[in-house]
Design a protein around this ligand. Structure first.
Ligand code: MTE
Length: 327
C-alpha cells in the first residue's frame, strides 16, 4: 500500500514474488544443508524470517457448497490459489508490513472469546458472541477472485455467509445509508500497532446497498477450514468486486450510519485511496496502472477485469456515477 513511498510499487511487487520464491528455495536448501545453529545464523545474517511450520486449522462442519437463497455467479474457472500461499502472503498492518512474516507474528493471536458489537442506526442493536454470530446463517463456500490494489491477485475459496443476514437481524432504520467496520485493537498481541505504521483501529466502510449485496460476505474460513489469524480470524469482511483493502480483518464493531464513514487508507492518503475502491482497470492508481495483475503463483500478468469480473452483478449499483471521481 502506501507506507513506503516507492517510486514504482508495481515492479517491486513483482520482485517481491520472485524474492518470495527464491527465499523459500534458499531457506529449504539451508535447512537441508546446515545444522540448526548454522541455519539460525543464516536467518540472522540475511534477516530472513524463519520459516513457519505449516499451520493446520480446524475443519468447519456443515459447509454448503452451493448458495441456497441468493444469486451468486459460478466460481471463476481459474485455478484456486494454494492454501499455503493464501496463508503466507498477507497484508495485515497490525502485525507487520512484511507480507511473508504476518503468519509467524500472528500465530498466537487469540480469537476466543470474541464479540462483535452491531449498532448505530438499527432497531435491534446487539453484541454477538462470535460463536452465535457464526450460527446466524448457514456457512457457505464462495470461490472469489481477490484483487489487491498493489497489483497481485488470488482465487480464494472462502467460507462464510452474506453480511445481509446479519444486517437484517438487527433491522436497519430508515436513515441508515452506510455501514462502518472496525478491526480489533490489541497492541500487546499486535506488534504493528505498537509501531504506529497506520492509525488504528483499522476502519472501513460500505454503502448500505453494497453491504446488503449478496456477494458481500463475512468470512470465517478458507478451504473449508477455520480462518487462521493472518487471514483475519475470527471474522473478516470480503467484498469481491473491490480492492482487497476494503476487506477488514478481525472485526469487532459494525455500525450503521447516515454519513459516509472514514476509512483507514483514505485517511492515510486521500489522493490515492477513495471510499469506493472498486476494481477498475481503467482508473489508474496515481502511482501505477491498474490494467493488469500478477496472479500469485503464475508467471506473467493477466488483464484486470472491470469490477474484478463481477460487473454483471454489481455495475448497476454505480449507474450514473463518474467512477473516476468516485474511485
Ligand atoms: N484488515 C486489517 N484489519 N488490517 C490490514 O492491514 N489489510 C487489507 C485487508 N484487510 C488489512 C485488513 C489489505 S491491504 C488486503 S490486500 C487484505 O486485507 C489482505 O488479505 P489477506 O492477507 O487475507 O490476503
Amino acid at each position: 500500500m502506501v507506507i513506503k513511498k516507492h517510486g514504482d510499487i508495481l515492479s517491486s511487487e513483482i520482485t517481491d514474488e520472485h524474492l518470495f520464491l527464491n527465499r523459500r528455495n534458499f531457506v529449504r536448501a539451508a535447512v537441508l544443508a546446515g545444522t540448526t545453529t548454522a541455519t539460525a545464523l543464516l536467518y540472522r545474517r540475511f534477516a530472513i524470517p524463519a520459516p513457519v511450520p505449516a499451520q493446520v486449522a480446524a475443519n468447519i462442519e456443515g459447509v454448503k457448497s452451493s448458495t441456497p437463497d441468493v444469486a451468486v455467479p459460478p466460481p471463476p474457472a481459474d485455478a484456486r490459489t494454494p492454501y499455503e500461499k493464501i496463508t503466507n502472503y498477507n497484508n495485515y498492518y497490525e502485525f507487520t508490513t512484511d507480507k511473508e512474516d504476518v503468519a509467524r507474528l500472528a500465530r498466537n493471536f487469540t480469537t476466543r472469546p470474541w464479540t462483535v458489537e452491531v449498532g448505530g442506526l438499527v432497531q435491534k442493536p446487539k453484541t454477538f458472541d462470535i460463536d452465535d454470530l457464526i450460527k446466524l446463517a448457514p456457512q457457505e463456500e464462495r470461490v472469489y477472485r481477490f484483487r489487491c490494489v498493489e497489483g497481485w491477485s488470488m482465487i480464494i475459496p472462502w467460507v462464510g455467509f452474506p453480511l445481509a443476514k446479519l444486517l437484517s437481524a438487527v433491522e436497519p432504520l430508515g436513515g441508515a445509508r452506510y455501514v462502518a467496520f472496525e478491526s480489533v485493537v490489541r497492541p500487546k498481541e499486535m506488534p504493528g500497532q505498537r509501531e504506529g505504521t497506520l492509525d488504528f483501529p483499522y476502519v472501513e466502510g460500505l454503502r448500505l446497498d453494497e453491504a446488503m449485496h449478496p456477494l458481500t460476505i463475512l468470512a470465517t474460513g478458507i478451504y473449508g477450514k477455520v480462518l487462521l489469524p493472518q487471514n483475519g480470524a475470527p471474522v473478516r469482511l470480503v467484498v469481491p468486486w473491490k480492492y482487497g483493502f476494503k476487506s477488514a480483518k478481525a472485526i469487532v464493531k459494525i455500525t450503521l450510519t447516515e454519513r459516509e464513514p472514514p476509512t483507514t487508507w483514505n485517511l492515510a492518503t486521500p489522493s490515492e485511496y477513495g471510499f469506493y475502491s472498486n476494481v477498475n482497470p481503467q482508473v489508474d492508481h496515481p502511482r501505477w496502472s491498474q490494467a493488469t495483475e500478477q496472479r500469485i503463483g503464475e508467471f506473467g500478468r493477466r488483464d484486470t477485469l472491470m469490477f474484478n469480473g463481477y460487473a454483471d452483478e454489481v455495475a448497476q449499483l454505480y449507474a450514473g456515477m463518474d467512477l473516476r471521481r468516485y474511485f
